[in-house]
Design a protein around this ligand. Structure first.
Ligand code: GDP
Length: 295
């Protein structure tokens, strides 16, 4: 995960290690390399520039050069800033309501269906919830089948209406069904398109409006870098979602989405997906992620 970024940051800090006493020039050089590392990780230019400007200001403010271990202090300032960039504190999922209703949004292929299953399984085992998964993709029968396969693998019931072409009705009926049958968690998996389009946005906005979920999550493939950030913005403009799920972090992602999304939509990353299996889900801890990046 983020190996390239880790390596580049490590190299940037090497500049400091080579000197007995570091100078303002060494700090400037290091921060330039840090900025380059962020840009290489597909962080957008402004975010990367602001990042190093903040670290520089703090370094000046704390008189880094006159401290006993200026190199270490600078690394710490970079770490703190990385944590802030990724959201600061851990953000939990809102489990109020009976049933708690969680709506999944995102593009096709982002990992929504897989994540719906992972989350159902996670909340079933960790929070003792009784989940119902809801298939609201009315366009692709394969997507409905896929959710049934997922549900079966984790022993969670799946609600679907093959003949109904109205996702708002399906979602509403599913919630009624959940109430009548003792489910205290409803996870609604919605249809996604390959790119953001108005029709899809209208549809999910209608479902959102009708069921008033306690939690709306936006699922995004972390391999898509800057595109992930643009898609997040489009969905957030329409849904004002509560949190982000970054999938496929087990792949060779550069890190741009993880590092940029919070500053662009001001919503926390709540979960990460780290594989295709149902247990490949983790809560997102900005501080742990920063530690990992800095090695
Ligand atoms: P949807 O169209 O948004 O519902 O996406 P799917 O859940 O069908 O996922 C698309 C593909 O990505 C599938 O082949 C999944 O197995 C795969 N996938 C989903 N999440 C992850 C993940 O965290 N890591 C990896 N490696 N693959 C994932």
């Amino acid at each position: 995960m983020f190996d390239n970024l880790s390596e580049k940051l490590d190299k940037a800090f090497h500049i400091l290690k080579g000197h007995g006493k570091i100078t303002e020039i060494n700090v400037a050089e290091t921060l330039k390399e840090v900025r380059r590392a962020l840009l290489d990780a597909d962080v957008n230019f402004k975010i990367a520039k602001d990042f190093t400007a903040r670290v520089r200001d703090k370094a000046i403010g704390q008189n880094v050069l006159t401290t006993l271990q200026p190199g270490q202090l600078l690394v710490k300032l970079v770490k703190d800033e990385l944590v802030d960039l990724m959201g600061g504190d851990v953000a939990g999922v809102n489990l109020s309501g009976n049933p708690t209703v969680i709506l999944m949004s995102g593009l096709q292929g982002s990992g929504k269906t897989t994540f719906s299953g992972k989350l159902a399984n996670y909340l079933k085992t960790k929070k003792n919830k009784k989940p119902l998964l809801v298939a609201c993709d009315i366009y692709r029968p394969a997507a409905i089948n896929q959710l049934h396969v997922v549900g079966k693998s984790i022993d969670v019931e799946v609600y679907s209406e093959i003949e109904n072409k109205n996702p708002v009705e399906i979602a509403q009926n599913a919630i009624k069904y959940a109430k009548a049958n003792g489910f205290n968690l409803v996870i609604v998996d919605t249809a996604g398109r390959l790119a953001v389009d108005e029709e899809m946005m209208d549809e999910i906005a209608r479902v959102h409006q009708a069921i008033q979920p306690h939690e709306t999550l936006f699922v995004v493939d972390s391999m898509t870098g800057q595109d992930a950030v643009n898609t997040a913005k489009a969905f957030n403009d329409r849904l004002n979602f509560d949190g982000v799920v970054l999938t496929k972090l087990d792949g060779d992602t550069r890190g741009g989405a993880a590092l940029s999304i919070k500053s662009v939509v001001n919503k926390p990353i709540k979960f990460i997906g780290t594989g295709e299996k149902m247990d490949a889900i983790d809560a997102f801890y900005p501080s742990r992620m920063a530690d990992r990046i800095l090695g």
